[in-house]
Design a protein around this ligand. Sequence first.
Ligand SMILES: [Zn+2]
Length: 373
Amino acid sequence: MKKANGHEIIQLFESWSPKKLACMENDPIGLAIGTLNKEITKVLVTLDVNDEVTNEAIEQGCELIIAHHPPIFRKLSNLRTDTPAGKLYEKLIKNDIAVYAAHTNLDVAEGGVNDLLADALQLENRKILEKTYHENLMKLAVFVPDDYAEIVRLALAKAGAGSIGNYDSCSFSTNGQGRFRALEGADPFNGDIGEMEKTDEEKIEVVFTHSIKNKVLKAMLNAHPYEEPAYDLYTLAVETNEMGLGRVGTLKEPMTLERFAEHVKAQLLVPRVRVVGDPNSLISKVAVIGGDGNKYIHVAKRSGADVFVTGDIGFHIAQDAQTMGLNIVDPGHHVEKVMIKGVAEKMKTLCLDAKLSVEFIQSEVNTEPFIFI
Ligand SMILES: [Zn+2]
């Protein structure tokens, strides 16, 4: 095990929950306060950053906080230390505690907030509720002299090209003849300067995601024997790696809305939930979105869900849901606290695999602003 620096830890985090998954415009994700250019032995994982959480980080000796809710959500117009927010930033900086925020990217990520909520509610046959991210497949067709076809094919496969579902090393080849004339100054692999050359070549076609384009091209160019390899590269209309917000799935056994509300309370550890709908109606399909799901009642209804579990439901949205016959269970925004254990455990595994010695501490501070009387 070796000591970790902040960049190494965040690189591992972003290999799981990359910034490109963020689905809110100008979502202030990433490093918010401090620096990652330092050794880190302890990381505190929290839903929110407030004064109490900062004290916890200081007491526990944490050099980094990973939070779901960005501590600087709106642009600052000053950095006064005589305001509550300013005092908080001052305390973090004076104690050399960095804060990294993973917000909507962590909602979307596989195993992120929404999966953790769906896990807690024990949803089966799970699907994404609202797709917010996909990648387009790209295709590379490269013309290689026959003797080098195998070498180039292997290099492409090693770079990740030709991975389709549960298959890898997928490619398609056609044989033909390549023609070229090397001009003065060239150093041709085949043929002579100024002479037309005809070579038996293989056209190798492979697909891959846009995210590994540079790696694949580099691998092909390194393995190809020609000075000027000929290739076509284009984006396909085929979409892959679909990811998104919310999850929809089924319960092992159907239950009444009233019993389901009790199930939500017990599983998400909340003392009260607000419910819209007939308590006796039967629930088998459940849609869930962590945080504020007001914008998604129509998506939830279209998914065929019998109930939508989400926080911060407003009065008129509740009325709309009632009118369209969508049951709602609102356990509050704070149920996103499931991310504390989820992120800490995931990061512990990632760091162990990378042989980095870092401790992930789950915040025990209750940042729920509401009390239930
Ligand atoms: Zn939230």
